[in-house]
Write a protein that binds this ligand. Structure first.
Ligand SMILES: NC(=O)c1ccc[n+]([C@@H]2O[C@H](COP(=O)([O-])OP(=O)(O)OC[C@H]3O[C@@H](n4cnc5c(N)ncnc54)[C@H](OP(=O)(O)O)[C@@H]3O)[C@@H](O)[C@H]2O)c1
Length: 375
């Protein structure tokens, strides 16, 4: 069989017309080869398990059917897919997406469109490299092929490699959405926790552009020094004895009136209580896996302090196609200029996925682990 690589590397030499013909032949070959395949390798979750280690150990590499696409979907040959906290929560059965078991893993990735439905935009993506996202019951990105709605694909510019492209969708959109919220609130300073993570690093960079001060909170002392060295930012460590007093003082001194919380639980309550009147606590993650207790009720009633949630998918759901295009162009430019980049701590094959996941949950601040079907 002709390999994908040889097709992909077809030289488009000669005059322009000739190269267009070669391109068309290449697309026809792509579709022919990949639609003739029936099975693909995938990482499959057979059962949810609240114990993260047991959930990971339960994962299986299996041959499954390649999903059938509808008119508005494309089939992406996955090049790389990251593991995000949402994947960890999902396999524990603690995420807002619950799939019928056995389930395909992975929500985000990058790759080449090798088949497309009849929709005009979907068809226009044939042969293109895309960043993609899916929460479909019958798809996943820790697979050889993923079916994706065309609206959840961002064509990736050449300067952005497959690894960075695989992280182009959810975190950059979320960081931009959060900063938009800060701008609407006219916040001059924000406080954020889980500050050693990738999304938090994007928030720091985007905030700098808008002249918004960021007070960062990490839970490990080594993270504190790392961020100070990288960004010369204000960083507090929640593990220090006087953290609470330091937090209150810093919020007052920096005139913080907005908090981005990715942790929930006790830490969210601590942050809320430390905020000044007229401040907002915007919760976008639940890394502690705990509900929030211990909020100061009087502050909510008498100090005009608000608690809100932020979900990137709802935020982009409110955008029309041209606004979404503008947003994705902005993200591509930020990655192309290397203004923001995702740190990657390791790349793993399907067979090494448990090893990779174990490394990730113990070293989240080092960066994402990626899964590559071709390894
Ligand atoms: N709402 C939305 O639309 C949306 C979209 C995208 C992402 N998110 C959420 O954003 C959060 C960050 O995502 P990410 O991709 O940046 O993650 P990431 O790069 O994997 O980093 C996670 C960070 O959180 C820290 N952390 C983990 N558990 C913690 C805990 N219990 N308490 C305090 N810190 C903790 C880690 O620090 P250590 O090194 O100390 O473990 C690490 O620095 C996640 O909750 C994710 O689900 C939400």
């Amino acid at each position: 069989m002709i390999s994908f690589l040889s097709i992909n590397n077809l030289k488009l030499s000669g005059r322009k017309g000739k190269s267009i013909i070669y391109k068309k032949i290449k697309l026809v070959y792509l579709r022919k080869i990949f639609t003739s395949l029936i099975k693909m390798k995938s990482i499959v979750l057979p059962a949810y398990n609240g114990n993260v280690l047991r959930a990971m150990l339960g994962l299986k590499v299996m041959e499954v059917d390649i999903p059938k696409i509808s008119d508005e979907e494309v089939l992406v040959k996955i090049a790389a897919a990251p593991c995000n906290p949402s994947d960890i929560a999902f396999m524990q059965g603690k995420y807002n997406v619950v799939k019928k078991l056995p389930a395909l893993m992975g929500f985000e990735g990058s790759g080449v469109v090798v088949d497309a439905g009849n929709n005009t935009v979907a068809k226009s993506m044939m042969g293109k490299r895309v960043a993609c996202f899916t929460q479909s019951q019958t798809s996943g990105t820790w697979t050889e092929f993923a079916k994706i709605h065309y609206k959840n694909c961002i064509p990736a510019r050449d300067a952005i490699d497959d690894e960075q492209a695989s992280t182009l969708y959810i975190n950059p959109i979320t960081a931009i959405g959060l900063i938009e919220y800060a701008k609407q609130k006219k916040a001059k300073a924000i406080v954020q926790n889980a500050a050693g993570g990738q999304l938090a690093s994007f928030i720091r960079m985007l905030a700098k552009k808008e002249d918004i001060t960021v007070v960062n909170i990490v839970r490990k002392p080594e993270q504190q020094q790392k961020i100070i060295d990288q960004d010369n930012s204000i960083v507090l460590c929640s593990a220090t004895d006087n953290f609470e007093e330091e937090l209150v003082e810093t919020i007052k001194a920096e005139k913080v009136d907005l908090c981005f919380d990715a942790v929930g639980g006790e830490e969210a309550a601590q942050l809320f209580n430390a905020l000044e009147p007229n401040s907002d606590l915007l919760i976008y993650g639940g890394l502690s896996n705990k509900d929030i207790a211990g909020l100061n009720t009087m502050d909510i009633i008498f100090k005009n302090k608000k608690i809100l949630g932020f979900n990137a998918l709802d935020w982009i759901g409110q955008k029309n196609e041209s606004d979404f295009l503008e947003l994705t162009n902005k993200i591509q430019s930020l990655f192309e200029e290397k203004f923001i980049q995702t740190s990657i701590s390791g790349i793993y094959s399907f067979d090494e996925v448990v090893k990779g996941l174990k490394y990730y949950i113990q070293n989240m601040s080092e960066g994402k682990i990626l899964i590559k079907p071709t390894l």
